[in-house]
Every structure is written in structure tokens, then in C-alpha cells.
Design a protein around this ligand. Structure first.
Ligand code: ADP
Ligand code: MG
Length: 709
């Protein structure tokens, strides 16, 4: 039987049609969670499940345990501090006799009234150590009695919520009720299956209808697993279908300039100006780019290469290919500092070759800006380097053939689209360069329509950064090492973790740490810079500049130090509470040292007690400086959706699939999608009718997906 397309009907109905949801609540759900229709509600899956039978004993919890669920009595609850430091502090004691501190910085008065001392609660959140005590900031709280009376299910879904929704009764329990209401009214015909029968059978996937029911109300672990597998496959399959369709379309329709010739400029540069032998990886990538540029199809290529792997040179030589074929080229970087660094080094590489290079940013104004734009439009400028000012409308090229973007993750798909419009009749070829190492399967999806090249080899002769692990009780020795480096005229970074939800707690910790540092590194002998996320940009810049100029020897920072920060004189970095950082983040941080000729050090400080996972992370950092090895280890170790780069890019919001963990499902989904599109490119076979329909609906409704085009 040929399945019919999904009925417009029940799922399209507004949520205000649900009992108990008036216009005010409906508006709030839309505002807070983008939930407007019954379908939106149904397809917002739980992000985790509470297993009512499993609890951690407080006495056994380790400082870096991560997320824990505990059950205990609230034995104390008081409001501490005033104004911006005001917080609600509770203590939860369980049968083990130990107690855990709970802290809230927001909604203090409301929560103070809501929780009752003496009641038993189930409490879930991330443990951290602060002033030697274990605590959870902003835990999820539920009365222990609530869960028991409500259902017999062991697995209770937990839904994303916000404080405003909680206050209006749309917390996770409220959501459960709504979902049950919808599921009761749904029948199989409301949710026809988009996967062709044979595919479903072959891959042993349960039906869409059953999966959607079970994801909200799983009877047991096995059913939940089956539902997850089905829905993950479905999501990745739809995504891959879309991406492959787009790519096929683009290759059929978006022609590109043919750069047929390796010409005089390129050859002259190669022969007379190249200051070093290219690495094998650089040569291979240049060949890949050369091939793309000669095909007559617009190039969209992502170039991944670790910090210092020599991406700039590859970019420059690609630009020379454009020049040799009579075109202009541009290079864009996310910050002015980075863009100017490129401008300087490219001018130096080119020497007296007679190629005109210009720099443009928002700060190039007035007459000089006007003159520059005129020369650009006349074709008198060969290479333009700058910030995103390059893609603004007044900037007109005579004939832009190649655009290079450095540091992709700061640059969304939208901006890339703007760039496409910079030239007629064909859009310029696009090369995106990033130092964020992303495993291949992930890149395939996160960057969707881009082809990927990898520089997996560093230029010879680098002194690797020496990385060592110290536990907290040896801090004095670490301070000693810092003093030794400073005595040699060097500078030091000291990095503290900052997790957004717990920002205030972290800032309190930073203040305490600053006092300690002032004591250990007294003025006037030592000068300390402090930079954190809550500072005004001017103050931050000022502090950064003082460090850069060498006026301060120590830089204490809570945030990831900016990508572009280049202080070659800084030779030592100490990372405090290393166990609280992710691997990729640690790798990016470490890249801030080892930028000069001198030997550099990275010291990873941690608690004495460490979980197995934290220990593995730290060992990985000590063992290797290879960004790709670290990214692979990260992928294996880290929790859902936490890989840097994809998270930041915000390009794709997945409902259930996890790009970091579902690589294998992704590969199968991609192969199957390819197979179907090969046989039926426009999805016109009867057995693909539902699929085509879903694809359209899916792309209109999932956040971020509409940007892929
Ligand atoms: P990134 O990939 O981080 O952008 P860069 O392009 O800035 O790296 O290169 C880092 C340094 O390595 C630069 O000083 C550059 O001149 C140098 N470099 C690049 N390629 C080579 C090579 N093949 N041999 C030696 N040094 C190189
Ligand atoms: Mg670079």
C-alpha cells in the first residue's frame, strides 16, 4: 500500500487549543521555546529521563563527577549576600549522612518561598567544588513524593524549560501532562511513516508513530533505545537527503569561473619568493583546491588545519591562482587584529612582486576609504584583506574570483550567502579556513554543503609545548615555576574555568583567586592583568593591551582567551581546575603559548580526586599536541553535543541526533540518502511521497535548517 502524506490537521493546530492553555501561556511557550503548534510540542523531545530508581549517595560523589541525581531532605535554606551577590543557599542531606550545598542566583525570592525545609526532594544537576565544598548551582528540584504519586513509569521524561515557564506551571511536569493529552488523541494515521517499508525493515527500525510515543513515554530502557535509534536515524537521514540535494543542485546550476591556468604569478612566487619548502599536506591541499578551481563549478571548500599548520600560505597561493586568471581575491578574518596580522604577513611574503594588496575594516574611513573603494571597483587592487566590512554592500569588486574566510566558526552561513552575491555572473569561489579540529563525519554535517580539506602535518622544526599535570596541593611549586619564567623576562597566563550558568559562583572564585595572587605575586615587583567575560569591552581591551605591551607579567583570565591573541613572549600557561574544561577548549587555550622561539610550558592543575574521564582527558593533553588526535579523543569522551565549533556556529539545531556521538548512524543515513536520490532525484516515486512532504515541513520548522541553502 502506498502511504498517504501527513494530514494537515491535528499537528498544525495551535497549542491554545489544548485544555489548560490560554492565550497567555500559549504566547509564553512561543516566546520561550518556539513552540506554537501541537506538532512543535510533540517534536520537542525530552532531553533526558529520570530513572526514579537510581540515586547517587552524596558521600560517594567526587568533585568532578559531572551530573548527579540525589534524593534527600532539605535541611537548611537561607538567602545570603545582597544586591548582585544575593543568592539562595540550601543544604540537602541524604541517608549516607553527607550533605550537598545547593545554590541559586536567579529567582531567589520566588524559590525561597517555593522550597520547604524538612521536605524530601529529588535533585539533579552538575556538581562542582567551591571553597572545598561540593555544590550544585541551579539544580532541577522535584518533591520526592511528586514522582511517585503521578505514575508508575521508571523513566520519566524531562523537558527543556525556563524560569518563566516554571512559574506558570509549564515545568517538566506540566509538559508531561500536555504531551499525554496529545498522545491520547493521536492515531497512527496522524503520523504516517516517511521511511520506505523496505528500508525500515532492513535497518530494524520501529515506526515513526511508535517511536514518537515511546520517546515521550518509554515503558522501559529497550523501548527507549529503539525509539531513540529510529528518531536519530530519521533526523540524520532527512538532513543528508537535503544536503545531497542541495549539493547536486548547486553543481548543476551554480557555475563557477574556470581558473584553467597556473600562470606566471604563481610560478614566480613558487620559484623566487616561497620562504620555505611546503609540507606534504600543504601541497596535497593546494592540489585539491586547484582541481576545484578548474572544474567550472563554484568551489565551497573547508580547510581545516591546526594552529600553526600554515593555512595562510595555502590561502595566499590559492589567491595567486585567481590573479593569474585575471581575477581579484579577498581574505576575511573575524577581528581587526587578525585581519591586520594577515595583511602584514601576506605583504611580507609577496615582497616586491608588484601585486597590490589593500586593507579594509570599519576603521578605514573618509577619504582613504573612498579612494580604496574606487581602486577596488576599477580593478587596481588585486587582493583585499579585512574584516566583515568586506561583505558590506558599498564594497564592490571589479571581478572577485576567490574569497577566503579565516576562522569559520565566527562566520555563519548567512554571511557566506552575502558573499556569494558579491560577483556576477558567477559567485566567487569560497575557501573557508578553520583551526577548530573537527572529526570528519562531523564536518560532513556541521558544514553541510562544504567539501573538506585537511592539513594534518605541522611544518618541521617546532618545539612542542611541554605539558605537565599537577594536583592542587602542589600549587606552591607551580607559583615557583611562574616566578622562574618571569625572572627570565617572560610572561604567564593563568586560566580559570567559567561555566555560563554558574558565572556568579565562578566570579566569586576568581575574586578569591585574585586576592591570593596579589599575595603571592606582590606589587610592585609583579603586575597582574585580569580579564573576564563580565567586563566592558574597553576595559578588556585595555587589560589585554597592557599584557601585550609587557606592562603586566601575569594575565588572569576566566574566558577563553581570544582566538587572535598573539603574545610570543608568554611562555607559560597554568590552567586551574583543568577537570572542568573540555578537551578542545584545553587545546585551543594551550595554543596561546609556544608562539615564540623559546621553549613553552603548560601546567594543568587539578583536584587530587579525579573521575576516570577527567584523568583520561588530562592524560590526552599531556601525551599529545596534535589537534586531530585530541578532537577524536574528545568525540569519544564528551557528552552530547559539546564539540566546539558546531555548538558555536549554531548552524544546525538537532532535535535528537548528536553529531558527536552518532557518527555511525550518520554514515548509514548518508549512504541510504545517496542511494535513494540516485534512483529518484526528485523524490517522485510513490513510495517516496511521504518522504518528500516531510522534508519540506521539516526544513521550514527546524531552527537553523532554513539557512542551509
Ligand atoms: P595557521 O594555520 O595557524 O594560520 P600560519 O599560516 O599562520 O598558520 O603559519 C604559522 C607559521 O608557520 C608562519 O610563521 C608561517 O610562515 C610558517 N609556515 C607555514 N608553512 C610552513 C612550511 N611549510 N615550512 C615552514 N614554516 C611554515
Ligand atoms: Mg591563521
Amino acid at each position: 500500500m502506498v502511504p498517504s502524506a501527513p494530514k494537515a490537521g491535528l499537528l498544525d493546530r495551535g497549542i491554545a487549543s489544548l485544555p489548560g492553555i490560554g492565550p497567555a501561556k500559549a504566547e509564553l511557550l512561543g516566546k520561550e521555546l518556539m513552540i506554537f503548534s501541537l506538532g512543535d510540542l510533540l517534536y520537542s523531545y525530552p532531553f533526558r529521563y529520570v530513572d526514579r530508581t537510581k540515586f547517587h549517595r552524596i558521600i560517594d560523589i567526587l568533585p568532578d563527577q559531572g551530573n548527579v541525581q540525589v534524593k534527600g531532605k532539605l535541611v537548611n535554606l537561607i538567602v545570603k549576600g545582597e544586591h548582585r551577590k544575593k543568592r539562595l543557599v540550601g543544604r540537602l542531606r541524604d541517608d549516607s549522612g553527607a550533605a550537598l550545598e545547593l545554590v541559586w542566583f536567579r529567582g531567589v525570592n520566588y524559590l525561597d518561598r517555593t522550597f520547604k525545609i524538612g521536605e524530601e526532594y529529588v535533585c539533579y544537576g552538575t556538581v562542582q567544588e567551591f571553597n572545598g565544598r561540593l555544590s550544585i548551582a541551579h539544580p532541577e528540584m522535584e518533591l520526592a513524593s511528586a514522582g511517585q504519586s503521578e505514575s508508575v513509569a521508571t523513566f520519566e521524561p524531562v523537558y527543556a524549560s525556563t524560569e518563566k515557564l516554571n512559574k506558570r506551571g509549564l515545568d517538566t511536569r506540566g509538559r508531561r501532562k500536555l504531551i499525554r493529552g496529545i498522545l491520547d488523541r493521536l492515531s497512527e494515521s496522524d503520523l504516517p511513516d516517511m521511511l520506505p517499508d523496505n528500508l525500515r525493515k532492513e535497518l530494524h527500525l520501529i515506526s515513526h508513530y511508535r517511536a514518537v510515543r515511546a520517546i515521550h513515554l518509554p515503558a522501559n530502557q529497550a523501548e527507549l533505545d529503539a525509539a531513540r535509534r529510529r528518531l536519530k536515524f530519521e533526523e540524520l537521514f532527512l538532513l543528508q537527503l537535503r544536503l545531497i540535494q542541495l549539493k547536486v543542485n548547486r553543481e548543476a546550476n551554480v557555475a563557477g569561473y574556470v581558473f584553467g591556468e597556473i600562470g606566471d604569478t604563481f610560478n614566480r612566487f613558487y620559484r623566487d619568493h616561497l620562504p620555505f619548502e611546503l609540507t606534504g599536506a600543504q601541497k596535497r591541499v593546494l592540489r585539491e583546491i586547484r582541481q576545484d578551481l578548474g572544474r567550472g563549478i563554484q568551489m565551497n571548500r573547508l580547510l581545516q588545519g591546526d594552529v600553526g599548520s600554515g593555512k595562510t600560505m595555502v590561502g595566499l597561493m590559492s589567491m595567486l591562482m585567481a590573479l593569474d586568471n585575471g581575477f581579484q581575491a579577498c581574505l576575511m578574518a573575524p577581528t581587526e587584529i587578525l585581519a591586520y596580522q594577515h595583511y602584514e604577513s601576506i605583504q611580507e611574503y609577496l615582497g616586491e612582486m608588484g601585486i597590490t594588496v589593500a586593507f579594509l575594516s570599519g576603521n578605514v574611513k573618509g577619504k582613504s576609504r573612498k579612494a580604496l573603494l574606487e581602486r577596488l571597483a576599477q580593478g587596481e587592487i588585486d587582493i583585499l584583506i579585512g574584516t566583515h566590512a568586506l561583505i558590506e554592500p558599498p564594497v564592490v569588486f571589479k571581478n572577485l574570483g576567490l574569497a577566503i574566510i579565516d576562522e569559520q566558526h565566527r562566520f555563519g552561513v548567512k554571511q557566506r550567502a552575502k558573499l556569494w552575491k558579491k560577483n556576477r555572473p558567477y559567485p566567487p569561489h569560497v575557501l573557508v579556513m578553520t583551526a577548530t579540529p573537527i572529526p570528519r563525519t562531523l564536518a560532513m554535517t556541521a558544514y553541510g554543503d562544504l567539501d573538506v580539506s585537511v592539513i594534518d602535518e605541522l611544518p618541521p622544526g617546532r618545539t612542542p609545548i611541554q605539558t605537565v599535570h599537577f594536583t592542587e596541593h602542589r600549587r606552591e611549586r607551580v607559583f615557583g615555576r611562574i616566578r622562574e619564567e618571569i625572572a627570565k623576562g617572560r610572561q604567564a597566563y593563568i586560566v580559570y574555568p567559567l561555566i555560563e550558568e554558574n558565572e556568579k559562583l565562578d566570579l566569586l572564585a576568581l575574586e578569591a583567586a585574585y586576592d591570593e595572587m596579589l599575595h603571592k605575586f606582590p606589587r610592585p615587583e609583579y603586575q597582574i592583568s585580569v580579564v573576564h567575560g563580565k567586563m566592558k569591552p574597553e576595559d578588556k581591551d585595555y587589560e589585554m593591551a597592557r599584557f601585550k605591551n609587557g606592562e603586566t607579567q601575569l594575565m588572569m583570565a576566566t574566558t577563553v582567551i581570544e582566538v587572535g591573541v598573539n603574545v610570543p613572549n608568554a611562555t607559560i600557561m597554568v590552567i586551574v581546575h583543568t577537570e572542568r574544561f573540555g578537551l578542545s577548549q584545553l587545546h585551543q587555550l594551550r595554543g596561546r603559548v609556544g608562539r615564540g622561539a623559546a621553549e613553552s610550558y603548560c601546567i594543568l592543575l587539578s583536584s587530587v580526586k579525579l573521575s576516570k574521564e577527567s584523568r583520561q582527558r588530562i592524560n590526552t593533553m599531556v601525551d599529545t599536541t596534535d589537534g586531530f588526535k585530541i578532537a577524536e579523543a574528545d568525540l569519544k569522551l564528551r557528552g552530547p553535543g559539546m564539540i566546539d565549533g558546531t555548538q558555536q556556529s549554531g548552524v544546525l539545531q538537532m532535535r535528537i541526533a548528536d553529531l558527536a556521538q552518532d557518527g555511525r548512524i550518520l554514515t548509514v543515513a548518508r549512504d541510504r540518502a545517496k542511494d535513494i536520490l540516485q534512483r529518484d532525484p526528485a523524490l517522485q516515486f510513490p513510495e517516496h511521497a511521504v518522504l518528500g512532504k516531510y522534508l519540506d515541513i521539516h526544513f521550514r520548522t527546524v531552527k537553523g535548517w532554513s539557512l542551509i541553502s
